[in-house]
Design a protein around this ligand. Structure first.
Ligand code: GLN
Length: 536
């Protein structure tokens, strides 16, 4: 495979946002991968933030973290979950990052006295970011998803870059445009006009799409496809229907039925490398859709109004559920509502397992601590992730060790017992963006613990995103009172996992296991947690 043989696929969106470009990109990538190709997917986000790390989850949903510590768009989570291949910083570029790089080059004099402009300097930078993934010849296909909707002011430089690349790459690239074909109930008709207008707008910018993927809630008849093809200058077989699906994991199979992968390969002149193999995927879908059991899991968090804020956790439960032939009925519980023991008991009663979610700041923190106490005292399987683990440590200090004002110094700077405290290396840092403990770190697990049983190994790596940690000054006190540190970082001895061995299943992890759960490799801790909850 040489760099020049890499094919580039651009995915744009029209008519409205939220049509699911990420899922369509990931589904196409999955089909190409199942035909023996090496594929990666990249997201270009038109906003000016350097990365979504500083964004409130209400603004942008979850911030997904890669092995190399990039704080990225949640679509990268879909890419990894579908492809089972890790992504990196190079897979998510924002306008902020593009401008930051151009401005820093300008300061260094790289542009040799030239006026620095959107075309060609910003567009060159965008094109470089696209080529960076393809340049070592590691991939047969680089799929680049352009965030936003065609016509947005912010995405113009990206569309212009695609226009240029179509000239430069010729037959080695193609453009897929995702649009909406709405159904007007009053007229009883599907309408193609928004799609026609959206393609016209792309044409104004000089980009002729090769394939149209049409989101629709009703079946697209042949004549309608022909009409869209004719108005939009694409071949009729390149008008692909994307029907609303009951699960995102159906979309690759729907795209297969529609022949999206075949049209792509034929337009790019690439013969399939092997007979399509979707065996593992189909097995997962079968298990997911035919569960033998149901477990009710409470997800306690403060952003529960926006489910995207906990995207990877929710998806990890789907993978773990399928692995256990079990449907996970997720109950979204607002931590702010759990104001005292009575309300907490009433709200959480009947759950088979409780997960306390990651988070920042003190809103809803006491509710999370109440939820831990309920799970611990009632022997209900408990899984704490990042802040959730920290809450478990605080709860144990307050109610078992008798350290009544114990807290995290994130929430209470003056606590007498900062059982969760800021990491030394964090104390000097003032910038907010990209300065947490981020990305993959090793962890050594104590044998014969729940974590060890789950992972079936004592050496793991997991991804992090936090500033605070278990305060080592209290470790012995905890160990003596029955909360054990069962996973530590082998280089700096930071506590990564805590467990209560006398409890049915009580595991808190300082890292984020949810980022590494995929369809083909459900995360072992999520699977074990579900298994324990099933026997509750
Ligand atoms: N706010 C906590 C910290 O920074 C936990 C972060 C998280 O849950 N991701 O340590």
């Amino acid at each position: 495979m040489s760099a020049s043989s890499t094919k580039y696929i651009f995915v744009t969106g029209g008519v409205t946002s939220s049509l699911g470009k990420g899922i369509i990109s990931a589904s196409l990538a999955k089909l190409l991968q199942a035909r023996g190709f090496k594929v990666t997917i990249q997201k270009l986000d038109p906003y000016i933030n350097i990365d979504p790390g500083t964004l409130n989850p209400y603004e942008h949903g979850e911030c997904y973290v890669t092995d190399d510590g990039a704080e990225t768009d949640l679509d990268l989570g879909h890419y990894e979950r579908f492809l089972n291949v890790p992504t990196s910083q190079a897979n998510n570029i924002t306008t902020g990052r593009i401008y930051q790089s151009v401005i820093s080059k300008e300061r260094k004099g790289v542009y040799l006295g030239k006026t620095v402009q959107v075309v060609p300097h910003i567009t060159d930078e965008i094109k470089d970011s696209i080529f960076r993934l393809g340049k070592d010849g590691n991939y047969d296909f680089v799929i680049t998803e352009i965030g936003g909707t065609v016509g947005d002011i912010e995405s113009l430089p990206y569309i212009e870059s695609i226009r240029q690349l179509r000239w430069e790459l010729g037959n080695n690239c193609l453009c897929i445009h995702l649009t909406l074909v709405p159904y007007l109930a009053a007229a009883g008709e599907l309408k193609t006009k928004p799609t026609q207008h959206s393609v016209k707008m792309l044409l104004e910018y000089g980009v002729q799409p090769d394939i149209l993927v049409c989101r629709t809630e009703k079946y697209l008849p042949k004549e309608l496809r022909r009409k869209i093809a004719q108005f939009c200058n694409v071949s009729p077989d390149a008008v692909i229907e994307s029907m609303d699906a009951s699960t995102i994991y159906d979309v690759p199979m729907l795209m297969l039925e529609e022949g999206l992968d075949k049209v792509v390969l034929s337009k790019l002149n690439m013969p399939s490398r092997q007979e399509l193999d979707m065996t593992a995927w189909k097995q997962f879908l079968h298990n997911h859709k035919n569960p033998n059991n149901v477990v009710k899991i409470g997800l306690v968090g403060k952003y529960v109004e926006l489910k995207d804020a906990y995207k990877s956790i929710a998806e990890a439960f789907i993978h773990a559920g399928a692995a256990n032939h079990c449907q996970v009925d997720l109950q979204w519980i607002h931590s702010e509502a759990l104001t005292d023991a009575t309300i907490t008991n009433k709200t959480l009663q009947g759950l088979h397992g409780i997960l306390v979610a990651p988070g920042f700041g003190d809103r809803g923190i006491e509710g999370k601590i109440n939820a831990v106490q309920y799970a611990r005292e009632n022997n209900i399987p408990f899984f704490g992730i990042c802040l959730g683990m920290q809450c478990a440590v605080i709860e144990y200090a307050r109610n078992v060790l008798g350290l009544h004002d114990a807290h995290s110094s994130e929430m209470n700077k003056n606590t007498q017992h900062p059982v969760i405290d800021m990491m030394e290396e964090q104390k000097k840092i003032t910038n907010k963006g990209g300065t947490m403990r981020l990305g993959s770190y090793e962890c050594t697990i104590t044998p014969n613990t729940n974590a060890h049983t789950a992972y079936n190994t004592t050496n793991i790596t997991e991804r992090h995103r936090h500033r605070y940690e278990f305060n080592d000054a209290y470790r012995t006190q905890y160990q003596q009172a029955g909360m054990l540190c069962t996973g530590v970082n082998p280089t700096n001895n930071l506590v990564e996992i805590v467990e209560i061995p006398t409890h049915k299943w009580f595991v808190g992890v300082q890292y984020h296991p949810e980022y590494k759960s995929t369809v083909e490799q459900p995360h072992p801790l999520f699977s074990s947690f579900i298994k324990a909850s099933m026997s509750k």
